[in-house]
Structure formats: structure tokens, C-alpha cells
Design a protein around this ligand. Structure first.
Ligand SMILES: [Zn+2]
Length: 346
């Protein structure tokens, strides 16, 4: 019988301090050349080990070889000029200097496939691999070529689909597309965002790979916590996109639930989908107790069938101190175990 409530993380985990400056997004590498290549692999091994020690069931690379969940992927593509920068508003929230799309975008060679092969060699556990979603990618660029967000998103979807298929060949079991932009641009999500996502995931099911979309309120950085202050008592953003996502071909929806003001009953709108329920707050250094994790999962069980429930973190934990992230992983696994035992008794 398959294990109930398999645990996983949304993706990123803190990097060791000898590889990159801790508790910083966009942290520059501390190594170079071959040392950097080796260092990234060692960090990946460590990250896997920490997940295994905590008892995480579906493991990841902890995004140890990426500086940023969107930019690192785009850096490997043709058609984007990183010298030509323009200041744009990211997800209607904060200004950032971003690279420019200057010509047709394409992928000359695989981006993460070697990393995925390396992780596959280290473990026989199921592996989940995160990629940026098409809409979130276009939102971190200035487009001087296609001049259409939709067109550019579909071009990226084609590229993501090539990469995803090669990741599956390398042994990845679940491909997750990170789409925080789905929490902001509701009309576009419904008009073409979900269609672009499905294009990125096209054919993966036939390769026996499951697909997930991660939609969150972001890392615990200031721009995000300030934005959350403006959202009122109930965060109902998911309500705008869930009905169409429920109809989509995506297998798993990964969500933020613990300590956020998302009304749990919104999960009813994606009934039938597998749900990665965020039971760990990544915007706080307070360590959840296993009982708190269990309480979030029990709430979710009112709207998600037990065999569809995947305990998870709200978002990536890259900006957290390592020991905090480690304790949070332990709490996640212990909390899931409490609920597993309750379900077994029933
Ligand atoms: Zn997230």
C-alpha cells in the first residue's frame, strides 16, 4: 500500500555558508570554477541528507545549484540579454531591474538535467523537481521582442516542456511549476495562463510523471510581507483561479495554508486534485510544533481526501537559517505522522 500523507517541501532549502551567503536571496557564490561545481554537488548531497534525516518522503535538490528560482533558468536561454536591463514592477509589488528579451527565446542545452541525474544516483525515493512557470518567467523580464505577454509565455512553455521531459528521463517523478504570478494576474491566468502551464506539462503524464503547480504568497521577504498586510482578513486570491485549475490537466496543486489567511474551505474548489498543503510557515523563524502541523492537516482533510493530501511547506525555505529550516522539516514529518496514525485507527 502506498504511504498516506507523503511529505515534501515546496522546493528551496538554505545553502551551506561555504557555498553562498546565508539568509540572502540572490546570494553570490563563494566558490568558482571546478570548486563551485563540486561545492554545488556537495550541497545537494547535504540537502538530501537533511531531508532524509527529517523523514521527508518526496525529496528535492533543495535548489542548491540555483541562485534564484526564476533567473537561473532564464540565464541558460538564448534571446535574453542580461546586460540590457530595465526597471519593471514584479507581480505588481516591487520594482526590480530585469533583463530584456531581445530576440526569439530558445534553450540550446539542458539546464538542470545533470543535477537531476546526480540526485537520482543518491536516492531511490521519489523526486520532485521545481521549474519556474511560464507566467512567472515573463513577469521578471522586459520584453522588447514579442511585445505580447501571452506569446512569450507560450514560447517559454515550449522550452519548459523540453526541459521537463528530459528531467523525467533523468528519473524525476514529479515536475512542479512555480507560479506565484497566478496569485496576482487573475484575468490572464484564466485567459491563457493555465493553458500555457498545460503546454509546459504536455505529455508528461504519458511518461508516468505527475505534474504540480505551486501558488503561494512568496518567500518571507519584506516586499511580500508588506504586500500581505494589504490583503485584508481573508486571502481569497485562490478563489479566482481554482475553478479553472480544477478543470485543468495538472495533477497536484501546491498551496500556502498555515499562518496565512487563506480560508481552508477554498480547497473545496479543487476537489478531486491532489493537494500539497503548506503546513509550515516560511515567513517566520518560529518552529511549528508537530501538533500545529497536524491541526492544519486535519483542517485540510475536511476538503481533501486523505489519499490526495501531501503535507508540505508554504513556500521555499532558502532565506531561513539552516537550523530553523531543519527543525521545520522535523516538525512537518512529525505532524504528518500524528495524522497518519489517526487515519489508521479510523
Ligand atoms: Zn512559493
Amino acid at each position: 500500500m502506498k504511504k498516506l500523507l507523503p511529505t515534501s517541501t515546496a522546493g528551496s532549502l538554505p545553502k551551506p555558508s561555504w557555498l553562498a551567503q546565508p539568509e540572502t536571496l540572490w546570494s553570490p557564490w563563494k566558490l568558482q570554477g571546478e570548486e563551485l561545481t563540486d561545492g554545488k554537488q556537495d550541497a545537494l548531497r547535504l540537502s538530501l541528507h537533511e531531508q532524509q534525516q527529517a523523514g521527508i518522503d518526496i525529496v528535492s535538490d533543495g535548489e542548491q545549484s540555483r541562485q534564484h528560482f526564476v533567473t537561473t533558468f532564464i540565464e541558460h536561454l538564448d534571446g535574453v540579454d542580461f546586460q540590457k536591463r530595465k526597471t519593471v514592477r514584479i507581480r505588481n509589488r516591487y520594482d526590480a531591474s530585469v533583463p530584456t528579451v531581445v530576440g526569439p527565446v530558445s534553450r540550446q542545452k539542458p539546464v538542470f538535467v545533470e543535477d537531476a541525474k546526480f540526485l537520482r544516483q543518491q536516492t531511490s525515493q521519489p523526486i520532485k523537481w521545481a521549474l519556474p512557470g511560464p507566467m512567472t518567467m515573463i513577469d521578471t523580464l522586459h520584453d522588447a521582442h514579442y511585445k505580447s505577454r501571452e506569446k512569450l509565455a507560450f514560447e517559454f512553455a515550449k522550452i519548459l516542456n523540453q526541459e521537463a521531459k528530459e528531467l523525467v528521463e533523468a528519473g524525476v517523478d514529479i515536475i512542479q511549476f512555480d507560479e506565484p504570478a497566478f496569485n496576482v494576474f487573475f484575468d490572464e491566468v484564466n485567459d491563457w495562463g493555465i493553458a500555457a502551464l498545460e503546454q509546459a506539462a504536455d505529455g508528461l503524464k504519458q511518461l508516468k510523471c505527475e505534474t504540480a503547480v505551486h501558488i503561494c504568497y512568496g518567500y518571507g521577504i519584506k516586499a511580500n510581507t508588506d504586500w500581505k498586510q494589504t490583503l485584508g482578513n481573508e486571502w481569497r486570491q485562490y478563489e479566482a483561479v481554482f475553478p479553472k485549475l480544477q478543470q485543468s490537466s495538472i495533477d497536484i496543486i501546491s498551496l500556502e495554508c498555515h499562518n496565512s489567511r487563506v480560508p481552508m474551505e477554498l480547497l473545496e474548489l479543487i476537489r478531486g486534485k491532489k493537494v500539497m498543503v503548506g503546513a509550515i510557515d516560511v515567513a517566520s523563524h518560529n518552529i511549528e510544533t508537530p501538533e500545529q502541523v497536524a491541526a492544519t492537516l486535519r483542517q485540510a482533510l475536511q476538503f481533501v481526501d486523505a489519499h490526495h493530501l501531501y503535507p508540505c511547506t508554504n513556500c521555499g525555505m532558502a532565506p531561513l537559517p539552516r537550523h530553523v529550516a531543519r527543525c521545520k522539516l522535523n516538525a512537518l514529518a512529525a505532524g504528518a505522522e500524528i495524522v497518519r496514525r489517526e487515519l489508521a485507527v479510523r
